[in-house]
Write a protein that binds this ligand. Structure first.
Ligand SMILES: C[S@@+](CC[C@H](N)C(=O)[O-])C[C@H]1O[C@@H](n2cnc3c(N)ncnc32)[C@H](O)[C@@H]1O
Length: 310
């Protein structure tokens, strides 16, 4: 059996928001090790239904083994940006959870190539069947493209210096492994990051680019909000400021409703207010959780409730 270790972040808090009930239909967009799914399944009982998505085949395999005693779960191996396709024939869903980013399993499995601490081929694909890998980004992107993703997705202040070194290094031979890349970054920026590994931001940026992580979030939220029943809640856990900003802005769009300029006498856009935000400020992990799991440090939980049916 696949050893899939993942500590589910803000598990109780997020599932409390959703408050699964008997007969309900729920969606877990990020199945991972199945932690959030298991909690939803336990609370909704045999009569409900859970749709669980992950783009990582290993996650689907490990979670379906862990959850094998539950028959009312449907597994979908796909990007959650396509969730709308899978729920289009269901009249309503009663709640949804998204626990964004990578799992500890993905980070800790050296050969997946996510970690700058462990030597492995440059991969970082969440979906192992996807065509673009970190190798393609590192060895194939122009200097300008590298600079741009490091700035945009890594918020890396030394993007140009790192891109310079990557481009120079690959003139001799392609950059093949995670630790080779980490070493190039370290040589480019030295120890100018007191508390963080100098490769952390670059690896985050490349991972986001390889998996188009940010583009999928609003698409999934749009599809889920459209199908949420009145009173249904969507709960989303993010792990860095780029994700959190997208979550916040997308939920706010549904709280604001009408997008007409303020001077318009009547609404012509027809966009209705659909969500009530339940977390004015994002909820953070408890002190206990922070002590138990250092990876929860950057977690932020936002939740919103559907207020009307459209
Ligand atoms: C933080 S883990 C989820 C852990 C899970 N909630 C648990 O308790 O075990 C995130 C998971 O989401 C998956 N994932 C990330 N982006 C995705 C996307 N766009 N579509 C589908 N799955 C995605 C990853 O493959 C990973 O398994």
């Amino acid at each position: 059996m696949l050893e899939f270790n993942h500590y589910s972040v803000m598990l109780k808090e997020s599932v409390d928001f959703i408050a699964p009930r008997k007969n309900g239909i729920y969606v877990d967009c990020t199945l991972g090790g199945g932690g959030h799914s298991l909690e939803i399944l336990k609370r909704m009982g045999d009569s409900g239904r859970l749709i669980a998505v992950d783009r990582d085949e290993d996650a689907i395999r490990a979670a379906s083994e862990r959850l094998k005693n539950y028959k009312n779960i449907t597994y979908i191996h796909d990007n959650y940006e396509n969730i709308g396709e899978y729920i289009k024939d269901i009249s309503k869903i009663d709640g949804a959870v998204m626990d964004l980013g990578v799992s500890s399993f993905q980070l800790d499995t050296a050969e997946r190539g996510f970690s700058y601490m462990k030597t492995a081929p440059l991969d970082m694909r969440m979906n192992q069947t996807a065509s673009k890998s970190a190798y393609d980004v590192v060895n194939g992107y122009t200097h300008g493209e590298l600079c741009s993703i490091l700035k945009r997705y890594g918020e890396e202040k030394q993007a140009k210096r790192i891109a310079d070194r990557i481009v120079r290094a690959r003139e001799d031979k392609p950059i093949e492994t995670t630790t080779e890349l980490a070493e190039i970054i370290k040589n480019a920026v030295g120890n100018s990051y007191d508390d963080k590994h100098p490769a952390k931001r670059t690896f985050q940026a490349i991972r986001i680019e390889v998996n188009d992580e940010l583009g999928a979030i609003p698409k999934a939220i749009d599809s889920l909000v459209e199908k949420l029943s009145s009173g249904g809640v969507i709960a989303i856990i993010s792990f860095h400021s780029l994700e959190d900003r997208i979550v916040k802005e997308t939920l706010k769009k549904y709280e604001d409703g009408c997008t007409c300029p303020s001077g318009f006498p009547v609404c012509v856009c027809g966009f209705k207010k659909q969500l009530e935000i339940l977390t004015r400020k994002p909820m953070l992990p408890s002190v206990c959780e922070l002590e138990e799991n250092s990876r929860s440090q950057s977690a932020k939980l936002r939740a919103a409730r559907k207020i009307m049916e459209v």
